[in-house]
Design a protein around this ligand. Structure first.
Ligand code: NAD
Length: 356
């Protein structure tokens, strides 16, 4: 019997090649007069471009975003935004840059315009994260959800395969977990399935033909759907494991998602056969976990935790941490099951026996 609650916060989305040209109009629409352009140090040229496009509506550039949003960086950014008398933020970059804007908005409640240049999906969610003393604290708060998102595929043309492939697998993971989330609604599931279709078709093109703007557009469209799905549904074991592996063992975010996804899908397959059948259908495959593994491998993305800095002797502690606090997941969480999952992910074994 169908039963659900559907709630989705509207985010204004402007999508298309060259759509960064809409920035000044969008800022005016929000009534911004002193917006702060935020980027990482290496992408300061993007923040400078934002300032140029905003003209009189810009307050300045803050180009100190860093991975995992260290608390000190968040505090320094909040102080600078207050000093400049900002009334909003324009974050241009990947999940780390958007994460810094969210950390500032969490306190100030001022609006964010996000211009994502990766497939992380953070721009569509109300999830924030700040890292202090080696632990990443996260939460949900509508104050941090960007009001406007400008998706311009031209900005992703420079994304190299080594970043694009794991970033795209990160987006796929949002879709997979949204399909079996406890609070998934039929609309969210439609978006998730379409996101999987778009990403699994486009990522091979992105890697093979980096200049192909159609492929880049399809991938960014998939990332939008993925972020929307993550923003509207509560993820399970996969996101929990990736969060703790990234935070407690300092592993790179998108790569961890890439490696864990096929194994988390295999773990949940017996308990969520319908969701996994939809993943398989969207990928044009018979076996969803195997297809996810093969896709990552074909993109040249990492497939083994041991190759991205995980130590074998930490697998037991990781399994313990995964069971420390309860969270919703289709398959029951067992110490042996999670330890086996981590072992398979450590060695990069292809999941087998997962036909659904
Ligand atoms: P990132 O923002 O750290 O970017 C990865 C790398 O890509 C950086 O070196 C960056 O300079 C480079 N880069 C970005 N855009 C580029 C482009 N167009 N061309 C060339 N290089 C480019 O990584 P990410 O994977 O986008 O984001 C990861 C972070 O986002 C993590 O901290 C994760 O926790 C967070 N995240 C948050 C949410 C959420 O809903 N809050 C969702 C997903 C990810």
């Amino acid at each position: 019997m169908m039963r659900f609650i559907h709630e989705q916060t509207p985010v204004r989305v402007v999508f298309g090649a060259g759509s960064i040209a809409h920035l000044a109009d969008e800022a005016a629409r929000l009534g911004l007069r002193r917006a702060l352009a935020i980027s990482t140090p290496r992408k300061i040229f993007l923040a400078e471009r934002v300032v140029e496009m905003l003209g009189g509506r810009a307050a300045g550039v803050y180009a100190h975003a860093a991975m995992h949003v260290p608390l000190a960086a968040a505090e320094a950014a909040r102080a600078e935004a207050a000093r400049l008398g900002c009334d909003g933020y324009v974050a241009i970059g990947g999940g780390s840059t958007i994460g810094l804007a969210k950390a500032i908005a969490l306190e100030s409640g001022l609006p964010i315009i996000a211009i994502p240049t990766t497939y992380s999906g953070s721009e569509m969610t109300a999830i924030w994260g700040v890292t202090a003393e080696g632990e990443k604290r996260t939460g949900r708060n509508e104050r941090v959800r960007p009001r406007v998102v400008i998706y311009d595929p031209e900005l992703t043309l420079s994304l190299p395969a080594a970043i694009a492939a794991p970033s795209g697998m990160n987006a796929l993971a949002h879709c997979v977990e949204a399909l079996y989330a406890v609070d998934a609604s039929p609309i969210v599931q439609l978006m998730a399935e379409e996101g999987i279709r778009a990403l699994s078709r486009s990522l091979p093109i992105v890697v093979r033909e980096p200049e192909n703007l159609e492929g880049r557009s399809l991938a960014l469209y998939g990332a939008w759907l993925a972020g929307t799905a993550l923003g509207a549904a509560t993820p399970g074991l996969h996101h929990k494991l990736c969060h703790l592996l990234g935070g407690s063992f300092n592993l790179p975010h998108a790569e961890v998602h890439t490696i864990i996804l096929p194994h988390a899908a295999a773990y949940n397959a017996p308990a969520a056969p319908d969701a996994l059948a939809r993943v398989a259908r969207a990928m044009g495959a018979a076996d969803a976990p195997g297809a996810l593994f093969d896709l990552a491998a074909s993109l040249g993305a990492p497939i083994a935790l041991r190759d991205i800095g995980m130590r074998f002797e930490d697998l037991d502690r990781a399994a313990d941490l995964a069971l420390r606090s309860p969270y919703p997941n289709p398959a029951p969480l067992t110490r042996d099951g999670i330890r086996q999952l981590l072992d398979d992910a450590y060695y990069g074994r292809r999941p087998k026996g997962t036909r659904v």
